[in-house]
Design a protein around this ligand. Structure first.
Ligand code: PLP
Length: 369
């Protein structure tokens, strides 16, 4: 892997291809695959990842917000895009850019029907979201007749799929709850299909759902974190390859004597003589203050260097006592050998959070395209 001269997030597209193929191998050949690229493709590079997923054969893409879908369309991506959380104020853009809304409430349905009609749309593709227990977004069970009545003889929209989302697909202890959600979705979707008189696609599984509930694939699955190389459980992690590696370099090395301190608020005070390295990466780049005071560590020349004191906006200082290193040497924050999941767990969080936290200021470099 290439050497970097500044803080860089290296994106390995051959890892993305490997993960895509692995996830595909876990589903039936006829099941469609939706790649989730919300939040800048889990903090990586939304356009690069979306283009590669299209090339690999993904049937659908999903983003959270309309503005993310607009980015993809402006980059020339023509794949169908599901917007998971559209807001009524974005409906003009949504239609202008041919993005497909998740319709999750009576309010949103009515507002979308109005806009679609005013814009003289016919059969505009929409996706009906059901709440089966996550209690976040979605229609409830007794809304199916309402949905059918409102949409059946209304030519401006067409329901192309209905879907739901598991609350704890990665947690084996919640298996009964997940099975209950799956069963309830089955009943709901059947009810909707009966009321509509036609059968939209159905989908329910995210990455851990694909692994743990293969019987609930229906016509499509939606994978995000797995594509980026994380499986929420060790056996799955072992099959996947992290796409993103976060590297930086040593800007300066200091000898710190006993009773000196390092960084803001003197949060680290030295008992004895140590050696510190200052790195050009801080909380504005995504390394939150929760990683400070010895919790998080980076790897320098194969050795662990814990973060000293408080994380600054643009820098961290790490303990390199006993590590053979020099100014300009490469530093790995996370990557294939020391995963983002492990880095995240040092501050009690998860891979999803550290990946999506890496800010737009950090340079992206794409390899193995
Ligand atoms: C984010 C999201 C996904 C992807 O979940 P992963 O655990 O990253 O695979 C799927 N469906 C919905 C509704 C989501 O919000």
């Amino acid at each position: 892997m290439s050497k970097v001269g500044e803080t860089t997030l290296i994106l390995d597209l051959s890892a993305l291809e490997h993960n895509y193929n692995y996830l595909r191998s876990q589903i039936n050949p006829g099941t469609k695959f939706l790649g989730v690229v919300k939040a800048f493709a889990y903090g990586s590079d939304i356009v690069t990842i979306a283009k590669k997923l299209k090339q690999l054969g993904a049937d659908y893409l999903a983003v959270a917000y309309v503005s993310e879908g607009v980015l993809l369309r402006e980059a020339g991506i023509k794949t169908p895009i599901l917007v998971l959380h559209p807001l009524a104020s974005n409906f003009d853009d949504l239609i202008a850019y041919c993005l497909e809304p998740s319709i999750y409430s009576r309010n949103i349905l009515n507002q979308f029907l109005e806009v679609a009609k005013a814009k003289q749309q016919s059969d505009y593709p929409v996706h009906i979201k059901f709440n089966t227990g996550l209690n976040r977004l979605g229609f409830s069970e007794n809304d199916t007749d309402f949905i059918a009545e409102e949409t059946k003889d209304n030519g401006s929209i067409k329901i192309v799929s209905c879907f739901s989302h598991l609350a704890a697909s990665e947690d084996i202890n919640e298996r009964d709850f997940s099975l209950k959600q799956i069963n309830s979705f089955k009943n709901l979707s059947n009810k909707l299909i009966d009321a509509l008189g036609y059968a939209p696609m159905r989908h329910m599984l995210n990455t851990s759902g694909i692994i743990n509930y293969p019987e609930a694939q229906f016509e499509m699955v939606r994978s995000g974190i797995g594509l980026y190389g994380y499986g929420n459980q060790a056996e799955v992690d072992a099959q996947l390859k992290p796409v993103a590696t976060l590297k930086t370099i040593i800007s300066q090395i200091h000898q710190i004597d006993a009773n000196e301190s390092v960084g803001y608020n003197r949060a680290f005070k030295s008992d004895g003589a140590i050696k510190s390295a200052t790195l050009p990466i801080g909380h504005a780049d995504g390394i939150g203050r929760q990683y400070g005071k010895g919790k998080g560590f980076v790897t320098i020349n194969g050795k662990k260097a814990p973060i000293l004191g408080n994380v600054c906006m643009d820098m961290i200082m790490v303990d390199v006592t006993g590590i053979d290193c020099q100014e300009g040497d490469e530093v790995i924050v996370f990557g294939p050998k020391k995963s983002a999941e492990r880095f995240a767990s040092s501050a009690n969080t998860i891979s999803y959070e550290i990946l999506t936290a890496i800010s737009q200021r950090v340079k992206r470099e794409v390899i193995n395209q």
